[in-house]
Design a protein around this ligand. Structure first.
Ligand code: GLN
Length: 531
């Protein structure tokens, strides 16, 4: 077994360069060379995890199978590489400090003064090396959030400096920077990149590989110049220009030899080409799509990143149905009974999005009613499923005051209720029903046919559940409970059999879609929506 190699991915100049996509692409290429990999994200903020962060702050919260609420970049890691990330793949400054302070309180440091160097940095290094993970990886890719020079990422940079010193060529630094194009001057500017590399050097880290983000194609002279100014080999400078799809990035990196440069730098054999044919087949399919299918996302967050995994799951499902899914955001706060027909006009399917709290829920209920009564394919996810259930109670079962305990604490028709296990919880962080649970699918149901198996595992992130006291009434009136958690009898899936596609899931199927393994619920939903 080869010794593990470590790749550290940092970003400079500006944020939002797509370090997550680059890290995922590197992971994908190394896998295609036959290596085992994992990718982890280190975020410099103090929150223990992003679970309590508002989506406006940090986009979607992604949940791992073992129930960790993490950064949305882990979603990219899983979708690109098909790996299953766990708790250890998402680390924040808050978690590092908490671990160190807990140790200090236990007396583990034997009377020593606890300092950023070496105690915090040692804890970071231990985790970067994944000393608690029994699995072997040929490559561990570590992406550090934020931008070089941020005060709060300094301990991470120091840990990387030390690891590179200790591990020699087994650890390399990949730095992603931005090369702006100044229209008035008609020139690309490499100065910010040079400064960013200087900043790295001042921290004792010489980047081994530079990836230049750019909106337009850079010519080879410019790459040569950057290499010369920054002490980097010419074959270790590549560009990442804007592409129509993020899924083209791995191929673009391969075309420029990034995989070979990494293998050479880490002392691994550079022989064969990576086995990227399944990935290329996906891209070929993606480029060949003709038909466009418009799918509405009914939710309250009008920003791309809030429903990241749902968006990607739908786009990927589209490719498998030979169509291009065009996503249309429908702000649930603006939806009313009067305007719903207009809001959903031209949509072939509707996803009712997850969420928390009162804001925008009435709009989701109106949307669920409209799509149910007009037989428009509808997919309710978590809160979305709960809204389908409430709508059905109000308009079919005749309980006008039906609601979820989350929104109305006193209604007698609390068709969605707080889970027994959640009743006495007062802390917010990491206390929901989180991670993968099994779900048994009812024979003869649509869900069962879609999954093609009786038992499945799906990831959760919620406190409320379908109230079983009303189950018989629902079933009699036509909304069937077709997925049940076998351990505690929780309803996981509801569906209305007579309709084209009307399914709600208490879980988040979007977390387990990958490019080469799309989630069957999304694939079938888009298939039916496409008609
Ligand atoms: N707010 C709901 C609950 O806690 C749904 C959560 C979600 O959509 N992730 O049960």
């Amino acid at each position: 077994m080869e010794q593990t190699r470590y790749i550290f991915v940092t970003g400079g100049v500006v944020s939002s360069l797509g370090k997550g996509i680059i890290s995922s692409s590197i992971g994908k290429l190394l896998q295609a060379h036959g290596y085992s990999i994992t990718i982890q994200k280190y975020d410099p903020y103090i929150n223990i995890d992003p679970g309590t962060l508002n989506p406006y702050e940090h986009g979607e919260c992604y949940v791992t199978v073992d129930g960790m609420e993490t950064d949305l970049d882990l979603g990219h890691y899983e979708r690109f590489t098909g790996i299953r990330t766990t708790r250890g793949n998402s680390v924040t400054t808050g978690r590092i400090y908490k671990a160190v302070i807990d140790k200090e309180r236990r007396g583990d440091y034997l009377g020593k003064t606890i300092q950023v160097v070496p105690h915090i940095t040692d804890e970071i290094k231990r985790r970067m090396k994944r000393e608690d993970d029994p699995k072997h990886y040929d490559f561990i890719i570590t992406e550090v959030g934020g931008t070089i020079g941020d005060i709060e990422s300094a301990p991470f940079m120091e840990a990387i400096r030390q690891l590179r010193w200790e591990l020699g060529s087994r650890a390399i630094s990949i730095h992603l920077t931005y090369v702006p194009y100044l229209k008035a001057a008609g020139e690309f500017k490499t100065k910010p990149t040079q400064h960013s590399v200087k900043e790295m050097q001042s921290m004792g880290i010489q980047p081994d590989v530079l990836i230049l983000r750019t909106e337009y194609h850079l010519d080879s002279n410019l790459l040569q110049k950057v290499a010369a100014f920054c002490n980097v080999d010419r074959d270790c400078v590549v560009q990442s220009e804007d592409l129509p799809s993020i899924y083209e990035v791995p191929i673009n990196m391969e075309r420029q030899g990034l995989d070979k440069a990494i293998l050479r730098k880490t002392g691994m054999p550079v022989d064969e080409l990576p086995q990227m044919s399944p990935w290329r087949d996906f891209l070929t399919k993606m480029h060949a799509v003709k038909q466009e299918v418009r799918i509405g996302l009914v939710g309250k967050y009008d920003l791309q990143d809030a429903y990241k995994s749902i968006r990607e799951s739908l786009l990927i499902a589209g490719v498998y149905n030979d169509c291009k899914v065009k996503l249309v955001f429908v702000n649930s706060e603006e939806v009313t009974r009067e305007n719903i027909a207009e809001k959903l006009e031209g949509l072939s399917g509707v996803v009712i999005c997850p969420g928390f709290g009162l804001r925008g829920i009435e709009g989701k209920i109106v949307a669920a009613e409209y799509t149910r009564t007009h037989d428009i394919p509808t997919f309710g996810i978590c809160l979305g499923m709960q809204m389908m259930v409430i709508e059905f109670a109000r308009n079919v079962l005749g309980y006008a005051d039906a609601n979820s305990r989350e929104m109305d604490a006193v209604t007698p028709h609390n068709v969605i209720d707080i889970m027994e296990s959640q009743k006495n919880i007062t802390e917010m962080g990491g206390t929901m029903r989180l991670g993968a649970y099994s779900c048994k699918l009812v024979e003869g149901s649509r869900a069962r046919a879609i999954y093609g198996s009786e038992m499945v595992q799906e990831r959760h992130r919620h406190r409320y559940e379908f109230n079983n006291a009303f189950k018989a009434e629902y079933e009699a009136a036509g909304m069937k409970c077709t997925g049940i958690n076998p351990e505690n009898d929780l309803v996981e899936i509801v569906e209305i059999p007579g309709l084209r596609w009307y399914i709600g899931g208490q879980f988040h199927p979007e977390y387990s879609t990958s490019v080469l393994n799309p989630h069957p619920l999304f694939v079938d939903f888009v298939k039916v929506a496409k008609g």
